[in-house]
Design a protein around this ligand. Structure first.
Ligand code: CTP
Ligand code: MG
Length: 341
């Protein structure tokens, strides 16, 4: 069966996988944003705060997504949430007003996308060269950004693995939800779940521990253990290298995961069944061909964008990556991870 095949591969591979460690870590290092980039992001956020505050003194701006969850590679766009204390029923009106304000301050390429699934204003700041998307009241995204950032603090291997997986996904064209492939957010959750499942575990399940942080957003209670500095060297009894983990990650998604029955769940730190979640049938546009439970909005399957065509593409890419890691003498080149060499 698949599982046996995977174990056989695992035994064959353990021996020489370590030679990949140095090149993979070099790729990771090359993707880390330089400190000047953080400073420029802060500079842009300060400018936006000044402009927004004039119009809506009660509002607040938050960074979310990869610029704030520590999974952002160099030269990423930044995601900003404009948060109001009250519910906003007419987001379009606010977004159009916001676009006006930004335009008159010489920000470039200002565009209000009021009909998008998540309506936003896009802009480019000519001073810092940074592009930015601003959405309204997407506070759940701000909270799940904090969860991801807290997980990243526990063990350095999460950030290393996720950078390589995201970089691979972008270069292989499987990181575009509008084309039926997965979001970066989904890939990071896959990495977290994968490290929770290692034996011994490299990451704990923060939502299964004592609550030290709790907020309720849009009627969803978001609670977990966020004092991660108290965990010490949590994953240190597991000595797997990043090369082993990248290899095992692709193998898991290529040959180990039970796509027919399983849902991966960071919330529980385990695999749960599709049946339990009633994700066995297609309802409306929600297909459940690869199931990734959102840690807070548990009815939300981040795999729902994947359709019967793109699931083939995604799975074939996992298989290709696993096979290249296994057999290719220069996997990082063939996997398209060589952009920096
Ligand atoms: N998000 C979400 N639910 C989704 C997709 C995204 O809540 N289905 C939120 C998450 O907070 C995520 C943020 O939107 O961190 C940005 O999503 P995405 O662009 O997928 O991830 P980034 O981390 O910004 O990745 P990239 O570096 O590719 O921009
Ligand atoms: Mg982003």
């Amino acid at each position: 069966s698949r599982r046996v095949r995977m174990l056989k591969r695992q035994m064959k591979c353990r021996g020489d996988i370590h030679r990949l460690n140095t090149p993979l870590l070099a790729i990771y290092e090359s993707l880390i944003p330089p400190v000047e980039e953080r400073a420029k992001q802060k500079q842009l956020l300060a400018l936006l705060e000044k402009l927004v505050c004039k119009e809506w003194p009660e509002s607040r701006l938050y960074l979310y997504g990869s610029c704030a969850n520590s999974f952002g590679v160099s030269k990423s766009d930044i995601d900003v949430c404009l948060a109001f204390n009250e519910d906003i029923h007419n987001k379009s009106e606010i977004l159009l007003k916001l676009a006006d304000i930004l335009q008159s301050d010489n920000l470039q390429n200002v565009q209000a996308l009021t009909r998008a699934r998540v309506p936003i204003v896009k802009l480019m700041d000519p001073t810092t060269g940074i592009s930015c998307d601003i959405c309204i009241n997407n506070v759940l995204a701000v909270v799940n950004t904090k969860l991801l950032r807290d997980y990243a603090k526990i063990d350095a291997r999460l950030r290393q693995l996720a950078f390589i997986v995201k970089h691979w996904a972008k270069s292989r064209g499987v990181n575009a939800t509008y084309q039926g492939t997965l979001s970066s957010y989904a890939y990071v959750l896959m990495c977290i779940h994968f490290l929770q499942q290692r034996s011994p575990a490299i990451l704990p399940c923060l939502q299964g521990m004592k609550t030290t942080y709790s907020v309720t957003v849009d009627d969803v209670e978001c609670a977990y253990f966020d004092r991660v500095e108290k965990l010490g060297n949590y994953g240190s009894s597991n000595q797997e290298s990043v090369a082993e983990l990248v290899w095992a990650f692709f193998n898991y998604w290529a040959y180990g995961h039970d796509y027919a029955n399983s849902v991966i769940s960071v919330r529980t730190g385990s695999i749960i069944s599709k049946r339990e979640k009633e994700w066995t049938r297609r309802i409306g546009n929600d297909r459940h061909l690869i199931c990734i439970e959102d840690p807070f909005v548990v009815s939300h399957d981040l795999g729902r964008v994947v359709d019967k065509f793109s699931i083939r593409v995604v799975r074939e890419e996992f298989e290709r990556a696993a096979d290249i890691m296994q057999y290719d003498p220069h996997p990082w080149v063939t996997l398209n991870l060589n952009l920096t060499f």
